[in-house]
Design a protein around this ligand. Structure first.
Ligand SMILES: Cc1cc2nc3c(=O)[nH]c(=O)nc-3n(C[C@H](O)[C@H](O)[C@H](O)COP(=O)(O)OP(=O)(O)OC[C@H]3O[C@@H](n4cnc5c(N)ncnc54)[C@H](O)[C@@H]3O)c2cc1C
Length: 360
């Protein structure tokens, strides 16, 4: 039987910690979220490109997990208005023609709404493209969300259910007793818990190392340029071979070498200026558009490129939730994680993504 009053501490208030907090509280758990960052909202999360997708380059089980997560975003719009995704669609031609056709065939067979379009249709979809592609893949199923809105939507929905978010607690140690996690330490302060969740993104190994665990995790840097707000230039997400670009709900164009951003190099400001200089080649009427700022984010990335979600063998009371593509996956990780933690039911779409496979 489920323990309705299970006391859960989540470390990390990015999109993953916030989604888990909401989904656990919705199932009756008593949840507190601790973050070292001085406020809630995450570190990688505010610096993301925020494309919600199940695009090319992934094996079938992972495509299915991503597609399930995409569907799970839809009902969240009724939970909180900030969780409403802009289902704007994505136009992509950063692949060769044959690979693009194979991508469309492969994903269509799995029920993904994607199709090949010619230049006329690409122009209709995105009339401001300077040189519309002759051949592209268009997915009407894809969308974007402003990441700070999304995290705040989860935080506010969780707070209504009684979750406490504490933004000034740097967790220094996981406390163990007889192979079981019993709480956390923040300096001299002790936080007892029945279950601890690490939603700590790129910083996950720092805490695991003090219980002698290390996971194969990487955190590649990604720089994104944000222009000043401008008139509507794009209808949806655009993934060209040169760079990926989208327009936010405030009118800023956000671009990087791809969705994961650009390697910043030794001089990130110069790198940002170089990316911006390419914009008029893709979108007409952007020649004088200036950069408002650039962001530099570090993408929490398990070594094999897939999520690390679940409990570690031989350590009770500790649940790990670290992934790239966290914006796409947040609803699924939140809901499936809550079901596993509270009901002991591991969702079949998570079966391949046990964190033990990454233990070094
Ligand atoms: C440039 C870039 C582009 C991206 N593009 C996309 C995209 O298009 N689509 C997509 O789906 N995903 C994308 N991602 C990935 C996505 O942003 C991340 O997977 C997601 O934001 C990770 O969220 P998180 O909550 O795990 O981590 P974070 O947002 O980093 O949150 C982790 C939190 O844990 C806290 N923390 C860590 N250690 C401690 C400690 N010891 N004590 C207390 N608090 C601690 C941190 O302060 C932080 O607030 C992109 C990422 C980047 C950087």
């Amino acid at each position: 039987m489920r323990d309705m009053a299970k006391k859960i501490l989540i470390i990390g208030s990015g999109i993953i910690g916030a989604s888990l907090a909401y989904h656990l509280a919705a199932k009756g758990a008593e949840v507190t979220v601790l973050d070292a960052n001085g406020s809630v909202g995450g570190v990688a999360t505010p610096n993301t490109w925020a494309w919600i997708n199940s695009s090319w380059g992934n094996p079938e089980p992972y495509v299915k997990l991503r597609m399930a997560a995409m569907e799970m975003w839809r009902p969240l719009a009724a939970v909180h208005p900030k969780l409403a995704v802009n289902w704007c669609g994505g136009l992509l031609w950063d692949l060769g023609e044959a690979e693009m056709a194979e991508y469309v065939r492969h994903h269509t067979a799995m029920g993904y709404e994607v199709r090949l379009v010619d230049q006329t249709e690409a122009t209709r979809l995105e009339p401001q493209l300077t040189e519309p592609p002759k051949f592209a893949a268009y997915s009407i199923a894809e969308g974007m969300i402003e990441p700070s809105d999304a995290v705040n939507g989860f935080v506010q929905a969780a707070e209504v259910l009684g979750v406490k978010f504490i933004g000034d607690q740097s967790v220094s140690q996981i406390m163990m007793k007889n192979g079981r996690v019993v709480g956390l330490k923040c300096g001299d302060l002790v936080w007892p818990a029945d279950e601890v969740i690490l939603a700590t993104g790129a910083a996950t190994n720092y805490l695991l190392e003090n219980i002698d665990v290390k996971l194969n995790l990487d955190s590649p840097a990604g720089l994104l340029v944000h222009t000043h707000p401008t008139v509507k230039k794009l209808n949806g997400l655009v993934m060209s071979p040169e760079f990926h670009v989208r327009q936010t709900n405030k009118g800023r164009l956000v671009l990087g070498s791809d969705f994961g951003g650009t390697q910043p190099g030794d001089d990130p400001a110069a790198t940002a200026a170089e990316i911006l200089a390419k914009l008029p080649g893709l979108i007409s009427g952007t020649a004088g558009l200036e950069m408002e700022y650039f962001t530099l984010g570090y993408r929490p990335t398990p070594g094999d490129g897939f999520p690390a979600i679940g409990r570690l063998k031989n350590i009770e009371g500790l649940y790990i939730a670290v992934t790239h593509s966290g914006i796409t996956l947040a609803p699924a990780i939140g809901a499936f994680g809550a079901a596993e933690i509270l009901d002991g039911v591991r969702h079949e779409l998570l079966v391949l993504y046990h964190p033990d496979r990454l233990t070094l």
